[in-house]
Design a protein around this ligand. Structure first.
Ligand SMILES: C[S@@+](CC[C@H](N)C(=O)[O-])C[C@H]1O[C@@H](n2cnc3c(N)ncnc32)[C@H](O)[C@@H]1O
Length: 148
């Protein structure tokens, strides 16, 4: 995945501008305040406690007004709920067979990011609501926090 990323990023002079870190995100601590975090089809690899911890830890390092871009599977309400549940179950089963992933349920990223103090500012649903792309923002530091 990282090799693919470097290959795709070669048009932006990846060798000098892109740093990759091959380590678990669960223990990764950014060395600078990120302006943007992007997690595409990654949060679904985590259990709810892992995601809660990641959201809390990363949100603390984000710059004020920093953004977190997410793409992931989603169970929509209504008629598409059942097909989406089947799709997600089949997906998790194949991930388990192919990669040994033990997670079997979609974690609730919205509640994790909300508890971490982030605000969802945009979203777009696709594939009949079964996929979501969302943009979350860390609010600027509140005046009360500045005065403390
Ligand atoms: C479904 S892939 C998505 C990859 C990429 N974001 C994309 O959209 O093509 C999920 C990736 O998350 C990685 N992953 C799973 N758990 C991880 C962890 N704890 N820390 C870092 N990466 C992890 C897997 O190795 C895999 O490369």
């Amino acid at each position: 995945m990282l090799g693919l990323l470097r290959h795709r990023a070669r048009i932006i002079d990846a060798d000098s501008r892109l740093q990759t870190h091959q380590q678990s995100a669960l223990t990764y601590i950014p060395t600078a305040s990120p302006d943007l975090i992007a997690t595409h089809f990654f949060l679904d690899c985590l259990t709810q406690p892992q995601l809660d911890d990641l959201a809390r830890r990363l949100s603390e390092t984000m710059a004020p007004n920093g953004l977190w871009l997410i793409s992931d599977f989603r169970i929509p309400p209504g008629a598409m709920a059942f097909p989406a549940q089947i799709l997600v179950r089949v997906g998790y089963l194949s991930f388990r067979l192919l990669t040994g992933l033990r997670v079997a349920h979609l974690p609730d990223h919205a509640s994790a990011l909300t508890r971490a103090g982030l605000i969802r500012i945009a979203h777009h649903y696709s594939l009949f609501g079964m996929l979501t792309t969302e943009l979350w923002r860390r609010p600027p530091i509140a005046a009360t926090e500045v005065n403390e």
